[in-house]
Design a protein around this ligand. Structure first.
Ligand SMILES: Nc1ncnc2c1ncn2[C@@H]1O[C@H](COP(=O)(O)OP(=O)(O)OP(=O)(O)O)[C@@H](O)[C@H]1O
Ligand SMILES: [Mg+2]
Length: 390
């Protein structure tokens, strides 16, 4: 079946792990140094990978563990590893279940308490090879749902008994620093020095990443450097490699829909518009009207600056309420919505020291440009209103 510009579209899928990672040499080296004693035997390690969306945390951990296990095997040692996405399983029991499924795919998914699941997991680790690495991806979801004790339990496992000694390592992954969420007892097992930061990619780095990916996924001659450059430029606003790869895929699809010979800059622009609309719509559509108005107010305040003070946003929120004929909420409720939006990853609250009251909260939006966000919400609010009228 002819697939137009695509040679192998699976190379653009979100779970494809490339053989070679680009521009992550520093993070890789730090992982190597930290896990060298694990590979040699007789050591456990706990590390935390942090960085914003699409900075390669998940893919780096997968590639690193794969290679570590492979090299260990060549030296006669068995290192096993598995990754659990904690956002998809944001309770202790379902996270434990996923970990147990690695050892026993037929383990029943009902009928066991967390305590029992912990015991089962412990038994599996005791029975298995030399070492197990558990990668807990998007671990902040676990902390938010109040299941941080699981991390404490796992990090303490190697000290529990001789049969578990030096047998378990943890790699935690999060978009923000989870240390603030870890309680003190868990913190003592997690050294702050064991944090590896993943910075946003620059335009040049994104260019290299999608250029390598285009070579694998696209028919040569259906794209050129100008196309890749435009995509890298658009995605560099966030430094997000996933967004760049998605845009490459979408551009290719638009070229195919046109029955074009190759991707044009117009396809890239179309892909940009479609991706923005999709990203925001999906995340915003489930919010209530108050939350939408707060998001709109924040987006307006952030058009020309990185942070806005809470009081500014509240003022802008009152104006937005007036425009939309809605009674504004009192401060406490307003702020509780702000916190909920932060919990959903749509806003971020930071403290600014030195103000009269000691602390002022600043609000920012991380991964969606402010004007795209405000346009999207205005549209949603309008369509809600017109539905009501009908
Ligand atoms: N250095 C890199 N070289 C090649 N591909 C990369 C690199 N970094 C990221 N990618 C690709 O970009 C996409 C996003 O990467 P990844 O899923 O690892 O990001 P992340 O940091 O885990 O993001 P999130 O916080 O949203 O989960 C994946 O398709 C991945 O293969
Ligand atoms: Mg990830």
């Amino acid at each position: 079946m002819p697939s137009g510009v695509f040679r192998d579209i699976s190379k653009l899928s979100f779970d494809y792990v490339p053989e070679k990672l680009l521009h992550r040499e520093e993070q890789w080296r730090r992982l190597e140094v930290m896990f060298d004693p694990v590979a040699q035997g007789g050591y456990s390690q706990n590390v935390l990978l942090v960085g914003s969306i699409g900075t390669g945390k998940t893919v780096t951990s997968k590639r690193f563990c794969t290679e570590l296990a492979f090299n260990a095997r060549r030296h006669g040692r068995s290192i096993e590893w598995t990754i659990v996405n904690c956002r998809q399983r944001n309770s202790e029991a379902s996270t434990l279940l996923k970990m147990i499924n690695y050892f026993d795919p037929n383990f029943p998914d009902r009928g066991f308490s967390s305590q029992e699941l912990r015991k089962v997991l412990r038994k599996h680790i005791e029975k298995r090879g030399d070492h197990c690495i558990f990668v807990l991806d998007e671990v902040d979801a676990l902390f938010r749902s109040g299941a941080s004790d699981l991390v404490y339990f796992l990090s303490r496992l190697p000290e529990e008994s001789d049969t578990l000694k030096n047998k378990v390592s943890l790699i935690l992954i999060s978009q923000r620093h989870v240390f603030d969420m870890l309680d003190m007892s868990a913190l003592s097992t997690f050294k702050r020095t064991n944090v590896i930061e993943f910075g946003k990619y620059t335009k040049e780095q994104l260019f290299d990443i999608i250029s390598a990916r285009a070579e694998l996924a696209l028919v040569s001659g259906t794209y050129d450097d100008e196309i890749l450059d435009l995509i890298a430029d658009i995605a560099s606003e966030w430094g997000d490699a996933r967004f760049a790869i998605e845009m490459l895929e979408k551009s290719g699809m638009l070229a195919n829909e046109r029955l074009g010979e190759g991707i044009t800059t117009e396809d890239v622009r179309g892909a940009k518009a479609a991706t923005y609309a999709f990203v925001t719509e999906e995340r915003v559509a489930g919010l209530n009207q108050d939350q939408m108005l707060i998001l709109l107010a924040t987006a307006r305040m952030l058009r020309n600056k990185a942070y806005a003070e809470t009081s500014e946003v509240e003022k802008s929120y009152r104006i937005a309420c007036e425009e939309h004929d809605v009674k504004p909420r009192a401060h406490t409720q307003f702020y509780s919505h702000v916190k909920d939006l932060a919990g959903l990853g749509l806003l971020d609250i930071r403290s600014k020291k030195g103000s009269v009251a000691g602390m002022t909260n600043m609000i920012t939006m991380l991964d969606i440009p402010a004007d795209v966000m405000s346009q999207q919400i205005e549209q949603l609010l309008r369509s809600k209103k017109s539905k009501k009228r009908r």
